[in-house]
Every structure is written in C-alpha cells, then in structure tokens.
Design a binder for this molecule. Structure first.
Ligand code: 5GP
Ligand code: ZN
Length: 142
C-alpha cells in the first residue's frame, strides 16, 4: 500500500468509489471521468506503479477480472463491444501511478473514436531491426 496513492485510498475506503466487483486480489470500480458511461477500472489490491512492476500472477489476476467486467458490460449494459486500455508511464498517458486496466463498454452510437493513425514502415529491414531489438529486450540482463 502507498499512503498518498489515490487508488490505494479507494481500496482502503478512505475516499468513495462506485464499486462493481472485488475478489481477494482485485477491485473494479467506475472511472469518474468515463470515456463512455460504465467505463470501469480494474486494479490490484497491492500497489504497483505499472504493469512491468507487477509479477506475472498479478497481471493475470487483473486481466481475469477485466475479462469478467467486459462480459458483465456486454450482459448488463447491452454493450455492443468493449475496449481494453492500459497505460504505463506519463508519456503513455498514465496519470494515476497505480497499475490499472480500463474496461470501456462500446455502443454503436457512443460517439467515441480512437485517435489511432496507423503509420507505415518504409523498409522491411526497419521492421526486422525493431523486432530484433525487442527480442534482445526479452533477455534477463536487458
Ligand atoms: P490513466 O490516465 O492513469 O490511465 O487513468 C486514470 C483514470 O483514473 C482516469 O480515467 C481518471 O478519470 C480516473 N480517476 C482519477 N481519479 C479518480 C478517482 O478519485 N476516482 C475514480 N473513480 N476514478 C479516478
Ligand atoms: Zn496505489
């Protein structure tokens, strides 16, 4: 637990939240700044700053709860689809430094659009070079 972390305060019940689900390891509650109404955050009950700080079993626990919430949004809200979003680091848009997964219900006319502008690689070698760098990053010493 982190004394000043807003999501740790939510876990401890020190600030209010609209809870949807919890189990031993995870908590799901509504995001106050919803992209689409019903937007839910899933967090581990222990504090980790980001996905790469958490052990793999915690990543699995929060994803299992996110899957449960996605299905519940389809069933309970009659959502037509669901987006999963997860940010790590300020440059990636992470504002709250307690690991979390956004589970966003989507509806045919919800008016939300991802600003996803697909880029292009000019040469196949550039893709090979980048893939090789990521493969190097898989090594424990990296
Ligand atoms: P991030 O940008 O870090 O991926 O997302 C943080 C999310 O937490 C934002 O979507 C924001 O609306 C939400 N949030 C921030 N403070 C609170 C709070 O006090 N309560 C709730 N329910 N959501 C919060
Ligand atoms: Zn925290």
């Amino acid at each position: 637990m982190n004394e000043s972390c807003i999501f740790c305060k939510i876990i401890r019940g020190e600030i209010p939240s609209t809870r949807v689900f919890e189990d031993e390891h995870t908590l799901a509650f509504l995001d106050i700044g919803s992209l689409v109404k019903g937007h839910t955050l899933v967090i581990p009950k222990h504090h980790y700053n980001s996905l790469t700080d958490a052990p793999p079993e915690v990543a699995a626990q929060i994803m299992a709860t996110a899957q449960k919430i996605a299905q519940a949004q389809l069933n309970g809200l009659a959502a037509d689809g669901v987006n999963i979003h997860q940010a790590n680091g300020r440059v990636a848009g992470q504002v709250v430094p307690h690991l979390h997964i956004h589970v966003v219900p989507r509806f045919k006319e919800d008016g939300y659009h991802w600003n996803w502008k697909a880029g292009r690689y000019e040469r196949p070698e550039e893709m090979n070079d980048l893939a090789e760098k990521i493969r190097q990053g898989l090594k424990p010493s990296a």
